[in-house]
Design a protein around this ligand. Sequence first.
Ligand code: SF4
Ligand code: SF4
Length: 344
Amino acid sequence: MKSLRMAKRHLPKFLESLGKWGKVYVPVKLGKNSYRWEEFDGEVDNIALDALRTVIPAKKFFYKPREVMFEYDKTNGYTQACAECEEDVILFGIHSCGIHSLETLDNIFAGKYVDNYYFTRRKNITIVGTSCMPDKHCFCKSMGADTVDEGYDIFLTDLGDDFLIGVGSSKGDDIVNDNPDIYEEVDESTTKRYLEFRNKRDESFELVLDTSDLPTILDFQYDNPLWDELGERCLACGSCSMVCPTCYCYNVDDTINLDSETGERWREWDCCLFRDHALVAGGHNFRENQGGRLKHRYLHKQQAYLGDFGRTACVGCGRCIVACPANIDYVECLKAMRGEMTSA
Ligand code: SF4
Ligand code: SF4
């Protein structure tokens, strides 16, 4: 990995150069403490460099909330849609937890049936990560997602007057080589400031979740009445899943035109907390009550995915905690299951 230093005054030039590799998207402020991804308008001051979490995470660029998968015609067969899959996109401002979340999705979409929609976009999207300072809802450190050594093309760490530039891919190398005069070698002061940044960040985490033995503890707590108590509070709104960078469930359906000859197949984000998610033909629902549905989400993230891929399907971004209108707190719930708290 190559490391360089770039003075902050060069950020406009850096962003201008990124534009050569595709359409640049950045986090912008939406309202008090809320942010969203928007196409870069050329004004560096409009970028919310301090944004910790956009409401909807970067997964929406790789896996659309709703998309037509293909159109079909009784005479001519089907035509795969997804024209914009081939579009070159640059995501500037994704944090370490977001980069880990993409690796989580990669495992799923590379499964038994490789998802070409996802991977075509994955290939065409350049990742420019930026460092962050945690707030009270961040627990990425507990989930091993607070730092990142791969999975990005370029990573910028804020060192005050400079950025430390980590180059993580050959595309990243091309980007820095396009504008060599804005970069300098890493010097002793850069190293010192980087270590100070790392220590300060490490010490800033207020929220800690002990994940040791958690899969076993969740087994033991399978019948804990707290699941049903939380289910009573849950509104089944699905916000926790929609904002989660690692939730990936989708529903597939066909729309057949009135000519009965043509139509389209589409898919859209789904959520295991929706009442109908486990409803099958014949009217049987594999998860009848809301407490069971909520338990499924937690067990899937902290147990089932871990068993399949060796890591949990939670990166500790805190989005579900912030988004839940019923104040159901992911960390508090798991702490309660560990016996660390009496309620969640
Ligand atoms: S479960 Fe919650 S904290 Fe974990 S990745 Fe999803 S939204 Fe973030
Ligand atoms: S955001 Fe909260 S209320 Fe809505 S489905 Fe998730 S846990 Fe239930």
